[in-house]
Design a protein around this ligand. Structure first.
Ligand SMILES: [Zn+2]
Ligand SMILES: [Zn+2]
Ligand SMILES: [Zn+2]
Length: 256
């Protein structure tokens, strides 16, 4: 099965308009260094419909059946109206994520969806296991700069994938979350900043520390800000820490 990191960037993407930092300058010259907003696709499941969703769908040309939303920050959810190319979709998230997806759908299409559309919404309770299509999904809580945010453990045909979503470094001391994620086949942790911001984002060191604690078969670091180190420096840090994994680019594919 293929897991596609559709977008590897954080809320502003790289290049961030008007920013003159090295990463942004480089990304303007070479599209290889661009980072669109964070999103992941696996087997009909889309995790976080980002504002760059149209570009992601256009590039991958894949059908989305189920949508998981980690939290309601705009960079993780504002792609909802672009899902209108699919008539049948089910959305799954915490209460705030579902409410935001419904609000966006209402703003785009009014109270009535066009004829033949069947969009369904399911509010997830943390720690409960749900069957979504052929996947088993557990939504777990994390600390982030919004009332409610969470990550996902997704199991498809015995293959386990962990996605942290945006999270502060508190996740490193959350034994319940670590127990859930330990030994997954693929871990996709956020690695937004050079340094961690308590309650908000993981820095490089803490993201690598999380990967070590989880000890996944493979780790792909994502949600990388333009203000972080360059891609090559991040890759070097991951290599030196002897992590089996890589730093995501847009459209990085992992075969599981
Ligand atoms: Zn984000
Ligand atoms: Zn920049
Ligand atoms: Zn966020």
């Amino acid at each position: 099965m293929k897991v596609i990191i559709l977008g590897s960037g954080s809320y502003s993407g790289t290049p961030k308009p008007l920013c003159t930092c090295e990463n942004c300058m480089r990304a303007r010259l070479n599209p290889m260094y661009r980072r669109t907003r964070f999103s992941v696709y696996v087997e009909g499941i889309l995790i976080d419909p980002s504002p760059d969703l149209h570009y992601h769908l256009e590039r991958t040309n894949k059908r989305v059946k189920h949508v998981l939303i980690t939290h309601a920050h705009f960079d993780h959810v504002f792609g909802v109206p672009d899902l209108q190319v699919f008539k049948e979709i089910s959305f799954h998230s915490n209460e705030l994520g579902i409410r935001t997806a419904q609000d966006l759908s209402r703003l785009a299409f009014g109270d009535l969806m066009p004829r033949g559309y069947k969009w369904e919404y399911e509010t997830l309770e943390f720690w409960k296991e749900y069957k979504i299509g052929k996947a088993k999904v557990i939504h777990f809580p994390v600390k982030h700069s919004i009332e409610v945010a969470g990550g996902f453990l997704i199991e498809i045909n015995g293959v386990r994938i962990g996605v942290t979503g945006d999270t502060g470094p508190e996740i490193l001391n959350d034994e319940k979350v670590l127990d859930l994620l330990r030994g997954v086949d693929l871990l996709i942790p956020e690695m937004t900043k050079k340094e961690s911001i308590p309650g908000v984002h993981l820095g490089v060191k803490d993201s690598i520390e999380l990967a070590k604690k989880v000890n996944a078969e493979y780790t792909v670091f994502a949600h990388i800000s333009h203000s972080n180190y360059s891609h090559e420096v991040l890759e070097k840090k991951v290599r030196e820490a002897e992590i089996r994994g890589e730093v995501a680019k847009d459209f990085t594919i992992v075969e599981l």
